[in-house]
Design a protein around this ligand. Structure first.
Ligand code: F0G
Length: 464
């Protein structure tokens, strides 16, 4: 069986890019703090079983100055070299370095837009309101930014098989990067609880796809057992290389904001890898002097899948309060998040909040983001619903600047969107009565005779 990953690069020199030569990293346990050069396949500390993170002790001294980093990264935007075309590897000075450029598996991920939201600014009163749309990544979600790094290290370690448990987006992303990197992929997803569009991506990219009769937490548990007994490399966000890649969301965002930190960044919370990654990036940026203050990073969950909210409120962030998750935002239907301790630390360090929103609030927010001409999947819409709640509570003030991280593309869950517009989404659910207030956001398709008259009459009615 192969080691999952190692920072020991021996005398190997990167094939053609000297900027990859600088970093040499460790794995550090977030519980007992012990460090190692290699990790087991489950990416857990051998002493205390807690999660690992990647650090580079020589990194601060060997790293360029903040001004030099900004200038190198800006210059690369005009380069046509394969590494520079990736919105992740463009920031490679703050990433673990692979042994060779040839190992890098990339689909030109990152480079995602930061949109202004003029209509939602009017609705919320927040004038400086932006959406960082990670759904514009190659496979339609933020997972690609992490997958390019983790798939690279899987390929470098010589694995034939990679695997993940997923609510859909991780599996689509992993399957694509495995295919690009010449590896086979095994997907474990909960039966009936992920959207067809995500599942169909995994199939098309050639994954061996298993729909297990359990939920996401059950799939992840099984995967952890599998990687301990078979030579399979796991690509869930327990894998710290994933989080390193996902850090670049924050680097790219700050670059787009000319390195002026927003007051708030708001992200959805599921398995809590993304909030952990963004938080790590913010702290590293502060450390290196790329920014001079930390934005508050707030995490929003669906009320029916709210383990972090309960962990913070009921256990003071000291131990995980698991839940039996239920939400139509299936991407965040997770009751036992792996990275909860990392996320609690990020909330504490940045001073962010953790909130929950209802199913009706999610549906409304999703339709409102759609009406901006942007759109997102339901899990991403919790950010706007959460912002409204944080404004009501006075935690966010309308004169402050806010970035919503939209994690997945609108086309990731068309069934949800169709049910919403047809008025079926809340039928027979506790949200049915409250959802009547959303009727004016609904745009159901209209079936007509194919006559000019019928179309003109419909246009006239729409004007009324
Ligand atoms: N938004 C989307 C669209 C997601 O797919 C996920 C997670 C999240 C938010 C939550 O991010 O887990 O880092 O807190 N999806 C995973 C998956 C679990 O399998 O695709 P997180």
């Amino acid at each position: 069986m192969r080691p999952a990953a190692t920072s020991d690069r021996g005398s190997d020199k990167p094939d053609s890019d000297p900027s990859l030569a600088q970093a040499s990293f460790h794995f550090r346990c977030i519980g007992c703090g012990s460090t190692t050069h290699s990790a087991e396949q489950d990416f857990r500390c051998v002493q205390c079983q807690n999660l690992l993170e990647i650090t580079d002790p020589s990194w601060k001294s060997s790293c360029l100055s903040a001004a030099a980093l900004k200038s190198v990264w800006r210059e690369r935007r005009g380069s046509s070299a394969s590494l520079d075309l990736s919105g992740v590897w463009r920031f490679r000075e703050l990433l673990p370095a692979p042994q060779s450029v040839q190992n890098i598996v990339t689909l030109r991920e990152g480079n995602t837009p930061l949109y202004e939201l003029p209509q939602l600014s009017r609705v919320t009163g927040v004038l400086r309101l932006y959406a960082k749309h990670q759904g514009m990544n190659p496979t339609g979600s933020f997972k690609d930014a992490g997958m390019t790094v983790a798939a690279t290290f899987a390929r470098q370690a010589g694995y034939r098989w990679v695997a993940c448990a997923s609510t859909g987006n991780t599996s689509a992303s992993m399957a694509a990067y495995a295919a690009r990197g010449g590896m086979r992929s095994l997907v474990l997803v909960p039966e009936g609880k992920i959207s067809w569009s995500k599942l169909s991506q995994a199939l098309d990219y050639g994954a061996l796809t298993c729909q297990l009769r359990t939920d996401f937490d059950g799939c992840l548990h099984l995967l952890q057992e599998l990687v301990r007994s078979a030579p399979v490399y796991q690509l869930n966000s327990i894998n710290p290389f994933r989080l390193e890649g996902q850090k670049t969301l924050a680097l790219e965002l700050l670059e787009q904001l000319d390195w002026q930190p927003p007051d708030h960044i708001i992200v959805p919370g599921g398995n809590l890898g993304n909030s952990s990654a963004i938080g790590k990036a913010l702290m590293e940026m502060l450390d290196v002097g790329l920014i001079s203050s930390l934005p508050k990073l707030s995490v929003i969950q669906a009320g029916g899948a709210n383990p972090l909210v309960r962990t913070v409120r009921e256990a003071g962030g000291k131990h995980l309060v698991s839940v039996q998750p239920e939400t139509r935002a299936t991407a965040i239907r997770i009751g036992n998040p792996a990275s909860w301790e990392k996320a609690v630390k990020v909330l504490e360090t940045t001073g962010g909040m953790c909130e929950q929103v209802s199913e009706v609030e999610i549906a409304q927010a999703k339709a409102e983001i759609g009406a901006e001409g942007i759109g997102c999947e339901p899990a991403s819409a919790v950010t706007l619903a959460g912002l409204k709640k944080l404004l009501r509570q006075g935690f966010v003030k309308s004169e402050e600047s806010v970035v919503l991280v939209l994690t997945g593309n609108l086309l990731k869950d068309p069934d949800y969107t169709m049910e919403f517009h047809r008025g079926d989404l809340f039928k027979g659910t506790p949200g049915e009565e409250a959802s009547a207030a959303l009727n004016e956001l609904r745009r159901p398709p209209i079936v007509l005779d194919a006559t000019l008259d019928a179309v003109i009459r419909t246009l006239e009615q729409a004007e009324m």
